[in-house]
Write a new protein. Sequence first.
Length: 606
Amino acid sequence: MSDTNTSKPHITLDLLALAREHVDQVTNSISAKKDFVDTQITYLRKRIIHARGDDRDQFEGRLLHELENQRMMETQIQSPYFVRCDVHLDGEQQAKIWYFGKFPFLSESIYSWVTPAATIRFESPGRFRYTTPEGEDITGALLRKDQFLIVNKKILFMATENKEQQRKLVYQEYFSQKKDSFALTEIVEQMEKAQDTIIRAHHRGSFLISGPAGSGKTTLALHRVAFLVQSPDTSALFPEKEIIIFVQDRVTQEYFAKLLPSLGIYDVSITTFDQWAMSILGLTNVSYAMRSSTSLGELELDAYEFAKYQSMKEIKSYPTNLLRVFDYLEQCYEKEFTTEQKELFKKQKKALILDRFDLTLLLKATLKTKDKLTIQKEKFTRTASGKYTKKLTDKDVSFALMVIDEAENYLPEQLQIFKSCSNKQTQAIIYVGDLVQQTLPFTIKQWADIEEKFDDERKVVLQKVYRNTKQILEYIKSHEYEVVIPEEARGGEMVEEIAESKVKELIINKHIKDTSIGILAQSEQSLGKYRRLLDSYKNVHCFTINEAQGVEFDTVFLVSPHKPEDNTHHTQNNELIKEREKVNRDLLYVAYTRAIQKLYIVKAIS
């Protein structure tokens, strides 16, 4: 790390000017290196066309390496680092300046946030100690620390502190809380020291990260993934292609696909349960629905799904003919189904629709038959002439690391299936969730249902809420949800109840400049009019509450909050009724907590 002379800083505009000059210098240096990498990529692509045998393998390996460098530098140019630390190591004469960012650029003394030395960025000026991978203790004094938020090569925020002076703001450009997408965007530089300790915990074994909506639990889990992938101590154990992240829906899938590259993660698999299950089962020409019928009331549909769930207790041998899976399921469900439910399944069969219970049962049957899950993969073999031939081969489904986002929304049987695919060497699964955000019936009721043994240091409960304003949190608490309102919670506008005729007017006259606006409803049918009315507004997103779980919006319009059905004429047992009441209450909590700045409750015309 580079040597330099460090003098006592003065809080003047000169400090900001010097910092801006350094950012320009560094981004120009990275840009020049990227130009060279671009040239190398062009050269290697030309050579690969004519290369054969081992030469081709060598060029392809170099190309993949340079493409990874290219992707890293594209992000790094925009935000090269987020902290500067002036340090004086014990036993050395001169002080050093170390910068820490998402990615290293050693010629400019920028080091990765995953290096052991990076832990000092959470320390206050004074003595520090950290341990190298070789077990050597490094000690010294942190003389000065500057923190930055750099976006698009521009310093938006800078603060400084040293041994003689507490942390002081040098510069902060005015910017709102608005995000450039409807998603959580907490980043590495905003993590607290306690969270950094979690991220760096021993690689072997499972983790549980729980906490309220907006506490940053998913962000913490993804940074744990980034650390395991990038740390020299663990990278060999966690190849990206052996990591899978399970999300609830396509919206979250798209968001993760955009977010992960900013953390240096490019090749992990991001999937939903239905996509994954269908690929393993080799099912084509069928469609998936979270709930297989929209023609029934909630309680009738709950009873239909509960009968399917009960059928999982007795698994029949798996069918050898994949074209007959519906016949197989029909046999499995026959004992539990009523006459009406049998007719309902016939309609489902005719429409070629599978739901989460169907897929879970089919996977369980596969495990019972084969003792493991396999998937067909394409395998390319090079002939003596240099040509490649392709054939399909069965490959065991095994992952070095699995992330189960919104774990509270999975059946216990689904989680057991996931566990069967965990690599025995690492046994690493990260469960992320909140038991008061269960938006589907018959899912796990307590974390013990996961049947994992979590050591105390691997069971993390987050408390702080970073997303919502104080007024939104107070509104949620007034509806008897357990909510901790931090003293530092942002102030904002009161939650308002409005008529549905006011939605478009408010969007046009007040919220048109918001980065993201969410129109949320419990059912797809309730969203139809809003999709037609607001289709031309690209910052307006119409989602069911289930689809919106895991994302956020500047402003939320919650349409016709759910009113419980009149249960007096139903014959369903109390267990089903209580299950539905719990899910509906959790759905409301999810909807309320999607709002960052403003929440409207839209009352439908009766």
